[in-house]
Design a protein around this ligand. Structure first.
Ligand SMILES: *Cc1c(COP(=O)(O)O)cnc(C)c1O
Length: 415
């Protein structure tokens, strides 16, 4: 067949989709095509059920006893193990806590301390900015430490990795272009130079199979409110390879990381294993919401998620280029599905206004300055027909010039 599939063919793809039934687990507004689950994942019935239970039964009824009776105290480690199964981590290597930003701070300090005599942190100039901001914070507290950036100090990250480098901090998927890094190869490259590597999995946890243990990764961080659907501000995670557990030190030495928090001792004594990355009391209601969201993944095959994600994104590219090709859009993501995450970016000079117009019409993606329009594909609750509808609306907005209305040029606080 030549040309793009028609609506009937696309509906048939949905009918044959092995993940189709998962959509009923989620709570989505009528008439919305949600292509921003890479920024804030959708709400689910399971998440609400856990949240309701934690608030109305455990908190309201058990009060402080719930730390023991409802297992609140152990949740960071239990959720860590549950999440670890989605990122190829054996039990005991992942903990859920704090934010990705804070976790980057802790993990970079831990890695620097394991490589005394080395003074360089390598990161990516086009990394998600908070990663760089936190690396700057680490540099500001460790005299003599310098930050070297791929794309600034050398074109390729590999060129920056030598025997002076303590740690390499990389995004598994670039938040703008969607480009996927080869975890095996770059980890090996860092290790050949004697450096450690930290993988930021914000855009891969829940988007595709990840194999941290198998890749021999040293550390990883990531958030749970994107593809894992943990809810706004849901706690993030940290992973450490088993071989590093005994050597972890980090400066946010709060009582939750203490070996005996309820002994109320005067001095800090680090707890055992991954627990050392904990600092203070964690947001229990958010953690319980996350528990509900993670339970959904017990019934999900990540390989099926990955293949549907690629198929959705390929279809999107094909439809956009065929129907909207005349309107100045440039594909920023690679066409090679195996080399990208679960999002597609198109650049357009007026991307901000076009995205605002799309959102007003119920097609929700997002915008990253200066000109990137991002569309995320979350196979648990986005179908092929959604892709079709999104492109129909995009074509209409571009053809009619509806995006030119002045109201779309007004910048909102969050894009
Ligand atoms: C979303 C994202 C973050 C977010 O960090 P928070 O501290 O949770 O706000 C960090 N790094 C990357 C690569 C991201 O995509």
């Amino acid at each position: 067949m030549v040309g793009i599939p028609d609506l009937a063919a696309i509906e048939a793809m949905d009918a044959a989709d092995p993940l189709r039934a998962m959509r009923d687990r989620f709570v989505l507004p009528q008439g919305v095509v949600y292509l921003d689950g890479n920024s804030l994942g959708a709400a689910s019935h399971a998440a609400f059920d856990e949240l309701r239970k934690a608030a109305t039964e455990e908190w309201a009824h058990d009060l402080i006893r719930a730390w023991n009776t409802a297992g609140w105290f152990d949740m960071p480690l239990e959720l860590g193990d549950q999440l670890g199964r989605l990122i190829g981590a054996a039990a005991g290597l992942t903990v859920v806590c704090d934010t990705t930003s804070i976790n980057i701070y802790k993990v970079l300090h831990a890695a620097m301390a394991m490589r005394p005599g080395r003074s360089i942190i390598v990161a990516e100039g086009d990394s998600f900015p908070t990663d760089l901001y936190m690396a700057e914070g680490v540099v500001s507290t460790r005299e003599g430490t310098v930050l070297r950036l791929a794309g600034v100090d050398a074109p390729d990250i590999e060129k920056l990795i030598d025997e002076r480098v303590a740690v390499v901090l990389v995004n598994h998927v670039n938040y703008k272009s969607g480009e996927l890094r080869d975890m095996m190869a770059l980890t090996r490259r860092a290790h050949e130079a004697g450096a450690l590597i930290v993988w930021d999995l914000c855009h891969t946890a829940g988007a595709m199979p990840v194999e941290l243990d198998k890749a021999n990764a040293d550390f990883a961080v990531g958030c749970t409110y994107k593809y894992l659907n943990g809810g706004p501000g849901a706690p993030a995670f940290i992973y450490a390879a088993e071989r590093h557990l005994a050597d972890i030190t980090q400066p946010l030495s709060g009582w939750w990381g203490h070996a005996r928090p309820f002994a109320f001792e005067q001095g800090y004594a680090a707890g055992i294993g991954i627990r050392r990355f904990l600092c203070g009391t964690q947001p229990v209601l958010s953690m319980r919401t996350l528990k509900g969201a993670l339970d959904i993944w017990n019934d999900v095959d990540l390989a099926a998620v990955r293949s549907k994600s690629i198929a959705l994104a390929d279809l999107f590219i094909e439809l956009v280029e065929t129907k909207c090709g005349a309107f100045g859009l440039t594909l920023e993501s690679t066409r090679d599905g195996a080399m990208r995450g679960s999002q597609i970016s198109f650049m357009h000079e007026h991307g901000y206004q076009i995205m605002r117009a799309l959102i007003e019409r119920g097609v929700i993606g997002d915008f990253r300055a200066p000109s990137t329009m991002r569309f995320g594909f979350t196979p648990l609750y986005v179908g092929y027909t959604d892709v079709w509808r999104a492109v129909e609306v995009l074509e209409d907005i571009l053809r009619t010039g509806a995006w030119k209305d002045a109201r779309f040029a007004v910048k909102a606080a969050v894009t």
